[in-house]
Ligand binder design. Structure first.
Ligand SMILES: Cc1cc2nc3c(=O)[nH]c(=O)nc-3n(C[C@H](O)[C@H](O)[C@H](O)COP(=O)(O)OP(=O)(O)OC[C@H]3O[C@@H](n4cnc5c(N)ncnc54)[C@H](O)[C@@H]3O)c2cc1C
Length: 406
């Protein structure tokens, strides 16, 4: 259905959408179904690359528990209108219409049983049925608004449109086509952009910590991770660069450089009580063997080496530990104050925090307050979902809001 790569763009179209990702394709299908002539252009060689790589190849396409508090934004109320008008159940109805098999993995997260391609094919088919055209490898060099319509210059010629929808996503994973294009367009039309930051991204560790922690690479532990007054209880995963896993990805969206992340490695027990009981009973277990009851042996030894490098803890039986030592050990396990060296950045981040300022956009239509006919949808906006299908739900909901009016 993609128009041939040699042909020029149509001279005039009702709706031109830049970005053929989740939001752009959904918006094209909705606007096309209203009878609008629609063209979606993308500078990448293929559409929907992030959909294909999402959810480990199975696309966590929505979350049935989606609520406004699953999103981070300078304007936390902004997402409410679109999310309430296009819910996870609306998207599930579409998925059902295409007989795409799916399952709930955990915590309301819906994944395809087979491949993420099922979702992309569904969106392409919706565009086809709505008569929306898609053009890849199309670069926009210039945008102008002249009193009634937009005029775009591209490597496939110029094109005029009444409505221009920016669906170019955020900065994460540049190799998948991510660019700051949407922010540039916002700035061109004098629309504010809030500071951006890689989010849902692994932390890196300082070399002296990594020298020890890297031995645990591949191990995961259920933990409670907190910073800035927010906590997530899920797994953390040690990597050869630092720490990742769902709890870390979630908290990374709230983390500011050089601040502490509190990690409770044993959220389900009171370690001090346990240690005291062993001591009272005269236990001759070493600290490593005792901690290995709750963590793996390797994890216990590595953390003891990391936290107490010069101590005599290794061979001493628990009965000989001072109360203050036990307290110190419990404190470290329940409240490990980890200061990340940084994050892995946009190279591996799932999303971009920040973006086009929602205070400058209509929450009903996604149209810019300052520029009639200009719309921003999906990740390019300052709306960032938690891990678990929320970012796609935002892409669908904001796309439908714009597609119904653009
Ligand atoms: C590895 C990974 C896994 C993920 N897994 C999930 C998941 O399972 N569930 C979930 O909810 N979210 C997931 N996400 C997040 C989700 O993919 C995004 O939030 C979502 O794709 C945003 O949709 P979008 O349409 O706004 O942007 P995108 O999907 O990023 O689409 C933007 C499109 O714009 C194009 N573009 C960019 N710049 C230009 C330009 N200058 N000119 C023309 N075209 C341009 C790009 O090529 C791209 O096709 C994941 C992200 C990553 C990176």
């Amino acid at each position: 259905m993609t128009t041939t790569e040699k042909s020029l763009l149509p001279k005039k179209i009702d709706v031109l959408i830049i970005g053929a990702g989740a939001a752009g394709l959904m918006c094209a299908a909705v606007a096309g179904a209203r009878g609008r002539s629609v063209l979606v252009i993308d500078h990448a060689n293929k559409v929907g690359k992030k959909i294909l790589m999402s959810g480990g190849g199975r696309c966590n396409f929505t979350n049935i528990y989606t609520q406004a508090n699953n999103f981070i934004s300078n304007n936390p109320h902004f997402c409410k209108s679109a999310l309430s008008r296009y819910t996870p159940y609306d998207f599930i109805a579409l998925v059902d219409q295409y007989n795409i098999p799916y399952h709930e993995k955990k915590l309301g997260q819906l994944f395809c049983d087979n491949k993420a391609k099922d979702i992309l094919n569904m969106l392409i088919s919706e565009c086809q049925q709505a008569g929306a055209k898609i053009r890849t490898k199309c670069e926009v060099s210039h945008i102008e608004f002249d009193t009634t319509c937009f005029q775009l210059s591209t490597n496939f010629g110029t094109c005029q449109c009444d409505s221009l929808v920016i669906a170019t996503g955020g900065l994460s994973i540049p190799t998948m086509g991510a660019s700051g294009f949407g922010y540039q367009v916002a700035k061109q039309f004098n629309i504010a952009v809030t500071p951006t930051q890689a989010a849902l991204v692994p932390f890196t560790a300082n070399p002296h910590i990594l020298a020890k922690l890297s031995q645990l690479s591949g191990n995961s532990i259920e933990a409670s991770v907190s910073c800035s007054g927010i906590s997530f209880n899920e797994n953390i995963l040690f990597t050869h660069r630092g720490i990742s896993g769902p709890a870390i990805l979630q908290i990374s969206s709230y983390w500011k450089a050089n601040t502490i992340v509190d990690i409770n490695l044993l959220p389900k027990i009171n370690l001090l009580e346990e240690l005291n009981q062993y001591k009272t009973r005269g236990s001759k277990l070493t600290l490593k063997n005792l901690l290995a009851k709750y963590l793996s042996k390797n994890t216990a030894q590595t953390l003891i080496d990391l936290w107490f490098p010069d101590s005599q803890f290794n061979d001493t039986p628990i009965i000989q530990f001072a109360d203050s030592d036990l307290s110190n050990i419990a404190q470290h396990c329940h409240n490990w104050q980890f200061i990340p060296a940084g994050t892995e950045g946009y190279r591996t981040a799932e999303v971009t925090l920040g973006g086009v300022d929602c205070n400058e956009i209509s929450s009903k239509t996604m149209e810019a307050n300052k520029q009639k006919g200009l719309y921003f949808i999906g990740e390019v906006l300052d709306v960032t979902g938690h891990l678990g299908g929320f970012n796609f739900q935002w892409a669908w909901a904001s796309a439908v809001a714009a597609g119904q009016v653009a």
